[in-house]
Design a protein around this ligand. Structure first.
Ligand code: C2E
Ligand code: MG
Ligand code: MG
Length: 549
């Protein structure tokens, strides 16, 4: 039937088919007397058969039955076909839905990913990579917004704290950049921890941070935060095996509705910071209008420094260096002063940084070197020496040694009467180069002193690899001697003294102000000293003995 279309078969035909192997009689059961089949056609394809069979002998199917069954088969085929098509359609629809869902999921993922990247970029633009803190750009944006709020509410004030980490360069140079980075991260963490939303901590640059306090009813509130920040920073911390006690100088500016620009506030806080550093670091200063008048307008100060140099406004002061046991003066340190035409006598703390940053320090120093050597050669006892503070910048010059020796010849000061004072920072900048310069100077008779020892992080045994004649113990240790709870300072000073003795370096205590300090140091075996108690810095005339000059 499948091969030829419709067909009618009787029992004999079925047996004949079985004989030819078309039918397996075991599977058929009782044989029909008469059998009629028509194919189920869908299009050109036969997808099955419709069959009727009779087991009654007198029934016989004829063409009419065949026609009827063909009609029935076509109805069945149609409806099967419809169902099949519906099924296929349904499946196709499901597949489509599935794909749409999948694609939606993909897109959603892509969108999220894009948003994440966008956010990350925005974060990166507005944050500092090392510490994760907001950066200067972020701070300025926030500042502008807060200043906008102040304009709408004239009673409101905000404060900006500008922080500079003290002596970060020394940490970085002596312990390495990795340690320096670790140190900054820890500082950032501490700052972040001691403040609350909506107050903001930002890293402005290198070792500079800022804290924005959005709402400060009184200046005292900002001062209290500054104090808290300093306390939080001061906890000792171990970096690269060294214990460090971080500290910062802080400039505070308070803003009211009068401030228009974020930069104005940043500038004022910076001016206060400059002041805090000049006053000796580890402290804060509040910006006020008088600071503005005192013009730490750097550009103006640079201009004034140039005029000062051209018009001879600098003066060399001298402070005696004594033996503690006999009180004999063995030398003098030359300290610069500026006779400012309108501001009076100014100490180096107020202009040295600008002089260094602008490079004028070199010319200023050479002026000082020349004048103080000349004065010393002419007026100070021939058995005493002169010490000069040499700014780190000079060590970048290849001819420093020759120039100093030439100057000595010119001024008539014997090389053996000169000691140059250098800081740990200068030594570490280019250790080999500096060691070489100091060695050549020593060969010519000029000594070297390590100034402000104890404020940096290098050990004396390392610094001993430089040809040093003298180490000057920083006055911050001396200041604490004789106070209650000074055991720590006393231990530091006595170990410096012991080590210096062992290394054959002379030790000098700076900044002796009280009789008690003098006695303690004398008892500890400190030989040399300097300080207001023993003699304040003064112009050369003060030190010219009778019959001299
Ligand atoms: P320094 O070399 O450590 O000088 C010692 C400073 O301590 C001087 O401050 C001196 O006046 C002060 N001083 C001395 N005895 C006492 C005391 O008993 N108590 C207190 N509180 N202070 C005392 P000054 O003259 O203000 O100099 C500050 C720093 O400026 C110096 O520190 C030095 O590093 C630098 N400096 C001074 N003159 C020059 C210079 O001509 N060239 C360069 N490059 N730097 C200079
Ligand atoms: Mg000095
Ligand atoms: Mg010193």
């Amino acid at each position: 039937v499948l091969a030829h279309g419709k067909g009618i078969f009787h029992t004999d035909d079925i047996l004949a088919l079985a004989d030819r192997g078309y039918i397996d009689l075991d599977m058929v059961g009782e044989l029909a007397q008469c059998w009629l089949g028509v194919p189920l056609r869908v299009g050109d394809e036969a997808i099955g058969l419709v069959v009727v069979q009779s087991y009654v002998a007198r029934d016989d199917y004829g063409p009419a039955d065949e026609e009827l069954l063909t009609f029935v088969a076509s109805q069945i085929a149609n409806s099967l076909n419809r169902r099949r098509a519906a099924l296929i359609q349904q499946q196709a629809l499901e597949q489509l839905e599935h794909r749409v869902e999948e694609r939606t999921r993909e897109l959603r993922h892509e969108i999220l990913e894009r948003e994440r990247i966008q956010q990350q970029l925005e974060h990166e633009v507005m944050h500092d990579a090392l510490t994760g803190l907001p950066n200067r750009g972020y701070l300025r944006e926030r500042l502008e917004r807060v200043l906008g709020l102040l304009r709408r509410d004239p009673h409101r004030k905000c404060a900006l704290l500008y922080l500079d980490i003290d002596r970060f360069k020394v940490i970085n140079d002596s312990l390495g950049h990795l340690a320096g980075d670790g140190f900054l991260k820890e500082v950032a963490r501490r700052l972040h921890e001691c403040l609350r939303e909506p107050d903001l901590v930002a890293r402005i640059a290198g070792d500079e941070f800022a804290v924005l306090l959005e709402d400060v009813p009184e200046a005292d509130d900002a001062v209290r935060v500054a104090q808290r920040v300093m306390d939080a920073l001061a906890q000792p911390l171990v970096i690269a095996g060294k214990e460090i006690e971080p500290s910062a100088s802080i400039g505070i500016a308070i803003a009211d509705a009068d401030y228009r620009l974020a930069d104005e506030l940043l500038h004022d806080a910076d001016v206060a910071l400059y002041r805090a550093k000049a006053q000796g670091r580890k402290r804060f200063e509040l910006f006020d209008a008088s600071l503005q008048k005192h013009a730490v307008d750097v550009l103006a100060l640079e201009r004034e420094l140039r005029v000062a140099l051209a018009e001879g406004q600098f003066v060399a002061y001298f402070q005696p260096i004594l033996r503690l046991d006999s009180g004999r003066v063995v030398g003098h340190e030359a300290l610069i002063r500026w006779r400012h035409p309108s501001r009076g006598l100014i100490g180096p703390g107020d202009f040295l940084k600008v002089a260094e940053d602008s490079g004028y320090i070199e010319a200023i120093d050479w002026w000082m070197f020349e004048h103080s050597c000349e004065s010393a050669a002419r007026h100070l006892p021939a058995d005493s020496y002169l010490t000069l503070n040499v700014s780190p910048l000079h060590f970048r010059r290849p001819d420093l040694c020759e120039r100093l020796l030439q100057m000595l010849r010119r001024t008539g000061l014997a090389p053996a009467r000169l000691v140059i004072e250098v800081t740990e920072g200068s030594l570490l900048d280019d250790p080999d180069g500096v060691r070489d310069v100091l060695a050549r100077l020593r060969d010519a008779g000029v000594g070297a002193a390590l100034d402000d020892f104890g404020t940096g992080y290098s050990s004396l045994s390392y610094l001993h690899t430089f040809p040093l004649r003298l180490v000057k113990i920083d006055r911050s240790f001396v200041a604490r001697l004789g106070e209650a709870g000074a055991a720590n300072s006393q231990a530091v000073v006595s170990s410096i003294l012991a080590l210096a003795r062992a290394l054959g370096i002379e030790a000098l205590a700076e900044g002796i102000e009280t009789e008690a300090q003098r006695e303690i140091l004398l008892a500890m075996g400190c030989v040399l000293a300097q300080g207001y108690l023993l003699g304040r810095p003064a112009p050369i005339e003060a030190w010219i003995g009778p019959g001299k000059g």
